[in-house]
Design a protein around this ligand. Structure first.
Ligand SMILES: Nc1ncnc2c1ncn2[C@@H]1O[C@H](COP(=O)(O)OP(=O)(O)OP(=O)(O)O)[C@@H](O)[C@H]1O
Length: 770
């Protein structure tokens, strides 16, 4: 038997032993769970039997409450235990299928023997609960598996840095309890394992990468110190993967302090949400909160305005031309800048002294407090107080007026009529509400004369309630008009030349309850400053994927919206496709004191040939390195006319399907172009058109606009049109790069006419042309 065969045999024997332990533990836990489940059901069923209910005397009421509380606590505790054991069973099931993926042998300084450390998805103790059979990949000691090759190694613990020597590093592929392969690794971790993993097909759901996390990715995952962690990484360098493993790490590391509820991942589109939604459950963790930035902002506006989506804005920018487009672009870029935020802050400062616009407070079409009165009261309050505090004081003042006014109103005829027409249910409701509120009032309730008075009061109060609620939310401030006044208040040199026209457009939009995307963040920022803090203080970590598409203003807004959160920004400046991102300010530059910046240059998604070609599309991409996986050269094919191109594309799709590729994408530049392509492709074969509302994509053939393909990947990618007309302008370079870098194994580009100058400039040996 060779050394290798002996290793394989020994390791398989260990896998079997570990699996037996898992099985025994599972049986034990399953027995416990049955017992606890029965107890929970029993407690729920007999909840009231064990509670002493007696409401005769105040003392009895107290006793009843205490008894109820005790019973509820008991039930809660049992339910929690049930949940916990349930989770343990799930973990054991996962370990049963794949107990571990790595091993390191480590001799701590001063120790006389090596410790064998097996690394897997979760920790497992032996049956006596004495030794670890498996260490969770997130445990401090496991970090060595990712950070070191054999030789000197160390890891951090709460007690300090532990040093020693790693004498072995081994990786396993275990499928359903069978050891399929093992690799002893040298300098870099698991090139062979990584080769094996990356050689597979793309899938419609992202996979976890814990077995092959690379050293620089590990730095992102385990970073605990940076207030702003900024990751600039090439396409396919594992930014999203690292972000998700980071969430799993944080949930493990701070398990006593935070849960999935305290973490938000902002993702580029709804499709992406579902693409990544399996990673954390696969790792045994709950999913964090996940939203697109658009959905977050839409929720902020509570559906009161129709807002343009970033994709609609993008589609406009890709299709429009001429002066109107240039004007809008200038507006978009200015409104995305910190200059504009400073301008708003300055105006808000001025509004402390004068300038806010108010609304009349009216009830049944009658003005009760006029806007002038509100304005005078508001500005009579000390201007050292923030606007929102003064709004609160003003609200209290208005509510008082409304209540006073309500008392008078009870005498009006409409109130009498309402009382007369009162439904029986209302009457009962009034009675019970008043009973709750004041026992003496109810005592009089039976006496007819007072009864009517009380009911009148009740009718008015009920009618006033929604108005009072609105006043308490400071609805007496006219935020839209104040925003418009703020826009027009001053002409600054850095504002676009067409500021006056842009103002007019914004005004027309707002009056129609519509908001263009570039106005959304500034408006919400302004509104929150005026109406008061709406920040979410429960969020401790915000991870922003595709961060290059966020403007400096949007990022500043997010910092205020989640004031207690540490930020992780992951992006690629070369994939910046939003119009506002084409200016100098970039959130990925990370030049603030509390930022820590990490760069990822190795691309894992695509074959070496695809990476070598795609980096040629960029100006400054020398550092991008392909992972060592070979494939065919990308192709650029010129067709004589559109008819021939269609024919060629259909043939290519057939041949890719025959080659066994499961996810194939035809990527168009815009959604318009994608729809047109889909129209003729679907005549010939099954194909899904992906739009901005698509929330899941299936295996097979997808037709998708480039900007919606962000963040995801396909086995093979076909670009429908790479002519100079489609990708000719400098601003379209990053879109072309984004589209091409979606391909894992094959990339084919078609066109009629002249080729895009970005491809023209690429080194000829990096692609084949026909
Ligand atoms: N350490 C790794 N081990 C195995 N696979 C990896 C590793 N890092 C990245 N990958 C794979 O590479 C592909 C790209 O990863 P990911 O989508 O996280 O990259 P990205 O930087 O977010 O890309 P993009 O910017 O293009 O959206 C995925 O298939 C991912 O599983």
């Amino acid at each position: 038997m060779t050394e290798d065969e002996k290793d394989l045999k020994d390791e398989q024997a260990r896998v079997t032993r570990v699996q037996e332990t898992i099985e025994k533990k599972r049986e034990k836990t399953a027995g416990m769970i049955q017992g606890i489940r029965e107890k929970v059901i029993d407690l729920r069923k007999n909840f009231w039997e064990d509670v002493t209910v007696n409401l005769d005397e105040p003392d009895d009421v107290n006793e009843t409450q205490a008894s109820l509380k005790q019973q509820a606590e008991l039930l809660g505790e049992r339910e929690r235990t049930h949940q916990q054991i349930n989770n343990e069973v799930k973990t054991l099931d996962r370990l049963q299928r794949n107990p571990y993926f790595g091993r390191i042998d480590f001799r701590e300084e001063g120790a006389d023997h090596d410790e064998e450390i097996y690394v897997g998805l979760a920790s497992l103790m032996d049956e006596k609960e004495e030794d670890f059979l498996i260490y969770d990949w997130r445990a401090p000691i496991s970090s060595m598996y990712y950070d070191f090759s054999p030789g000197d190694a160390s890891y951090e613990t709460i007690e300090g840095n532990i040093q020693g020597e790693m004498t072995l590093k081994r990786q396993f592929i275990i499928r359903n309890g069978k050891l399929v392969a093992l690799f002893d690794t040298g300098v870099t971790i698991g090139d062979s394992l990584l080769q094996y993993v990356l050689g597979g097909n793309a899938s419609t759901e992202m996979k976890s990468i814990v077995a092959t996390i690379q050293k620089e990715q590990n730095q992102i995952i385990r970073n605990e110190s940076a207030a702003n962690l900024i990751v600039q990484g090439a396409a396919g360098s594992g930014k999203t993967s690292a972000a998700l493993q980071r969430v799993a790490y944080l949930l493990y590391h701070y398990r006593d302090r935070i849960s999935a509820e305290n973490i938000v991942l902002l993702s580029p589109n709804p499709l992406f949400n579902s693409y990544v939604s399996n990673v954390l459950p696969e790792l045994g963790e709950d999913n964090m909160r996940q939203a697109t930035f658009y959905a977050h902002m839409d929720a902020q506006l509570e559906g009161r305005e129709t807002i343009e989506t970033p994709f609609e804005q993008m589609e406009y920018m890709l299709l429009a031309s001429g002066e109107e487009k240039e004007q809008r672009l200038a507006g978009i870029q200015y409104k995305a800048s910190l200059d504009f935020k400073r301008y708003i802050d300055d105006k808000l400062d001025e509004f402390k002294r004068a300038g806010l616009i108010f609304k009349d407070v009216s009830f049944r079409k009658q003005r009760i407090v006029s806007k002038q009165e509100i304005q005078s009261y508001f500005y009579s309050l000390s201007n050292t107080l923030p606007i929102s505090n003064r709004a609160e004081l003003t609200a209290a003042w208005i509510v008082e007026k409304l209540q006073l006014w309500g008392e008078w109103e009870t005498r009006k005829d409409w109130v009498r009529e309402e009382v007369e027409l009162m439904e029986k249910e209302d009457y009962v409701q009034a009675f019970s509400e008043l009973q709750k509120r004041d026992r003496t009032e109810t005592a009089d309730f039976e006496e007819n004369k007072q009864e009517e008075e009380i009911l009148r009061k009740w009718v008015v109060e009920r009618k006033l309630r929604p108005l009072i609620k609105k006043v308490r939310k400071h609805a007496f401030i006219n935020v839209k008009k104040s925003y418009l006044r703020m826009l027009a208040a001053e002409r600054r040199p850095e504002m676009p030349a067409s500021w006056a026209q842009l103002y007019e457009t914004t005004k027309q939009h707002l009056m129609r309850k519509y908001m263009s995307w570039e106005d959304v963040t500034p408006f919400v920022y302004f509104r929150d400053k005026v109406l008061g803090d709406r920040s979410d203080k429960s969020i401790r970590y915000v991870l922003i994927d595709e961060a290059q598409d966020y403007s400096a203003f949007q990022f500043a807004y997010l910092q205020q919206a989640f004031p207690n959160a540490r930020m992780t920004l992951l992006g690629d400046i070369n994939q910046a496709i939003q119009a506002h991102a084409l200016t100098g300010e970039n959130v990925l530059s990370g030049n603030t004191a509390d930022s820590h910046r990490i760069e990822l240059w190795r691309s894992y998604r695509s074959t070496r040939q695809i990476v070598d070609f795609t980096k040629e599309l960029l100006d400054h991409a020398k550092n991008i390195q392909p992972f060592n996986r070979d494939g065919d050269l990308p192709t650029v094919i010129t067709a004589a006319d559109d008819k021939e191109r269609r024919q060629m594309i259909l043939e290519k799709i057939h041949s890719l399907q025959n080659a066994g590729y499961e996810t194939i994408a035809v990527i168009g530049k815009t959604s318009k172009e994608s729809k047109e392509a889909h129209d003729w492709i679907k005549e010939e074969m099954d194909a899904d058109l992906i739009t901005e509302t698509t929330s899941q994509y299936k295996k097979g053939l997808s037709v998708i606009p480039a900007y919606l393909a962000k963040g995801i990947e396909f086995d093979a990618v076909i670009l429908y049109d790479v002519s100079d007309e489609a990708y000719g302008h400098e601003s379209e370079r990053t879109l072309l790069y984004t589209a091409c870098t979606r391909a894992m194994h094959e990339l084919h580009m078609y066109m009629v006419g002249n080729v895009s100058p970005f491809i023209e400039a690429a080194a000829a040996e990096t692609y084949s042309s026909k």
